[in-house]
Every structure is written in C-alpha cells, then in structure tokens.
Design a protein around this ligand. Structure first.
Ligand SMILES: *Cc1c(COP(=O)(O)O)cnc(C)c1O
Length: 378
C-alpha cells in the first residue's frame, strides 16, 4: 500500500527509521521528512491510479505513510473542491476550498495522517499545542481512534474551539501566552506523543495531498501562483514536497508555481526573514492577530518555508487586520463562502498584488481557503 522507505532530516540529511515513532532529528533537532521509494512507485503509480478511488486523501495512499489500510483513521478529509473565485476581483482566480473538511479546516488532513500512522506504531496518547484548529482536529481524530488527546491552547482562544475539543473528549489546557508557550508545556510531558507542527513527520504528509489534488484537478498541471496563509508552514512545505514527488513519479513536468506566503502585519516572522534574506526567522515579539492560525511567532520549519518560497521565485507578504476583515466580508458577499481570517488573508494579499502589478493578467492564481469561519464562532 505505501512506498514509505525512511525519514530524512530536512536540514542535515540524517536518515531515521520510519517504522519507529519519531519526532525531531536526533542529530540536529530539525524536522524529519518522509521519503518514499519513488523508483518502485513509478512502476505502478500513474495518473489513472489517482483519478479514481476513495473520496478522501487516502486515495493517495501509495505516497502516504500508513502500511496497513486497517490503521487508517478517516473522517472523510481531503478531495476538496477547486472553485472559481466568483466576483472576488481577479479574473481566473481559483479557490481551493478546505472549509468542508472534518472540523472545518485543512488541519484534518494532517491529523488524519499523523494519528493513523501513530496508531499503526502503537501510540495511544496524543498532545498538541494549538491556536485552535489543530486542537479541534486532533480531538476528533483521537476520538475516532479511541485514543486520548491533550490540547494546549492559549487562554484567549475563542470559546467555540474549547467546547469542540471537550465535546470530542479531549483534555483541554489553558496556557498563558502564545502557541510557542503551549508548545513548551507539551514538550515537558513525557507520557504523551507530541504531534506539534513539524515536530512529528506525518502531519505534513497529510497536508501535501493538497498539492496532489490541485495538480489532478488542473489536468496534471500546476497554477502559476499559489497564495498560502502561513503559520507553521506545513501546507506550503508539504505542497512543495508533493510537486517534487509528482515530477519524479512522472505525473507532472518541471514547471512550478510561485509560492506566496501570507502573514498578518501583527505576526510576520517569515515575511521579515524573506525580505532580509535570512535563512532562519527570528521570533516575532508581541505577536497579535485575529487570524489565530497565523499567530505563530516562531516556526521550527522556518528554513523549509523560506527555501520553498525562494526556489519557487515566490514572495512573502504581510496584510493588515483591516484588510483581512474586509476580505472576509468579501468572501461571503462576493463568493458565498464563510471563511476564516487566515483564508481571508490570502484574498487580501491577492488584491494587494493585483494593485501593485505583482500579479499579471491571465495568470492562474490559486488561493487557499484553509478553514471555515465557524470553528472560531461566526
Ligand atoms: C493552522 C492554520 C493555518 C496555518 O497553517 P500552516 O500550514 O501551519 O502554516 C492557516 N489557516 C488555518 C485556518 C489554520 O488553522
């Protein structure tokens, strides 16, 4: 079922056993990436393999980490629609609509992959620091797996998220400070498996399927530009990885979209590092934004995000809270979509790039509506 071969450090290249539970690289402390035997996969996997099959991201199982399908923990995640942008203000704009995922965001993709693989490796107790959606997704997938979830949320996280996590049976902890403070509390626990963003190698595998779906939905081509709201960067790094895998599988050519990373002006460490030419992003002080998923002052995968943006000749830009709020209203009014602030930030960025001439007419631009509005309360 899976062509998973090993795990490889994204920084130093050290090889790790994929059939044992792993967090960060034991040599340098950076994120591990799943590697597959793509030579062997190329013999059996074709475009047709993926054009039919399950209505979930598990359609891409040969390039996902679960070896025995009985261990898959699924709530119907993935295979989301690629919609036209309607009257959002840029002809040819496409929206990858992740709002219909279980628990209302694309975090479901990552948690389905991580919880499935961990279940296969015998793990029964999970914990995550979260700005909200990751906690809600872990709570649901752990419930589905009959496992336990401890969710650590900044104390100011909106109430609907707490109720959602508790309803699924998770133990929810209030943390003073931000997601980075919550992460420290999870790391202090030795009795649970930490599924923090990129501290565990398989959430990114679930999220990379957005790249496979996008290519398939566009007739095995890629758009000219992808606009992505970046917190920990799993989706952006995951898609970039997926494009590489797909090329080596012979599914697509060598053309790549420009990857545009969007953050809020209240927390833009990746934008700052991109602009200054740095390889790593300095932590952002006093991070503040209503786009909760973008309130990530420090990302352990910062160098992977920056590498993907630069290799793609992309960009990173910050948008204001006002522009996010206006874009959220426009999504509802002009496209009929009730999206989260993070999703709205991508539209604010598209509009800014259109106005500054950074988007040329006739380009195929895909923005990611990563989450619905409802998990945070409308
Ligand atoms: C977590 C989250 C993000 C940021 O995702 P990363 O892949 O970690 O950068 C964006 N939008 C929503 C709705 C989120 O929940």
């Amino acid at each position: 079922m899976s062509f998973l071969s090993h795990l490889e450090c994204g920084k130093c290249g050290e090889r790790h056993d994929a059939d044992a539970p792993q967090n960060l690289c034991r040599k340098c402390g950076k994120p591990l990436l799943a590697r597959y035997d793509l030579e062997a996969a190329r013999e059996t996997v074709t475009r047709a393999t993926f054009e039919k099959g399950l209505d979930t991201l598990w359609r891409f199982a040969p390039l996902l980490p679960v070896r025995d399908p009985r261990h898959v923990v699924s709530l119907g995640e993935g295979m989301t629609p690629l919609l036209s942008g309607g009257r959002l203000g840029l002809p040819g704009l496409l929206v990858k609509d992740e709002t219909g995922n279980p628990t209302g965001s694309f975090k479901a993709r990552g948690m389905s992959a991580a919880v499935s693989r961990a279940t296969e490796l015998g793990i029964r107790r999970f914990a995550v620091p979260s700005a909200g959606n990751a906690g809600a997704a872990l709570a649901a997938y752990a419930a589905r797996a009959g496992a336990t979830a401890d969710v650590y949320l900044p104390a100011d996280t909106p109430a609907p998220i707490w109720r959602e996590c508790e309803a699924a049976g998770a133990t929810v902890h209030a943390v003073k400070g931000l997601i980075t403070d919550a992460a420290k509390e999870v790391q202090a626990r030795k009795d649970v498996f930490d599924v923090s963003t990129l501290r565990e190698p398989y959430r990114i595998e679930g999220k990379k399927t957005m790249g496979y779906e996008l290519a398939m939905q566009m007739g095995w081509t890629l758009p000219d530009v992808i606009v992505y709201p970046t917190g920990g960067g799993t989706g952006l790094v995951g898609m970039w990885k997926a494009f590489d895998e797909m090329e080596r599988l012979g599914l697509i050519g060598s053309a790549r979209p420009r990857m545009v990373s969007v953050q809020s002006e209240g927390c833009a460490p990746i934008v700052r590092a991109f602009t200054s030419g740095a390889e790593h992003a300095e932590p952002w002080e006093n991070a503040s934004t209503k786009a909760w998923g973008l309130r990530v002052p420090r990302a352990i995968g910062d160098f992977l995000i920056l590498r993907a943006i630069r290799e793609s000749k992309g960009a990173a830009l910050a948008v204001s809270e006002g522009a996010i709020a206006e874009a959220k209203r426009a999504f509802a009014r002009d496209a009929g979509m009730l999206v989260s602030e993070e999703s709205a930030a991508t539209l604010a960025a598209v509009r800014a790039m259109r106005d500054s001439g950074d988007l040329r007419g006739g380009e195929r631009v895909v923005l990611f509506a990563t989450g619905a509005a409802w998990p945070y309360g409308l």
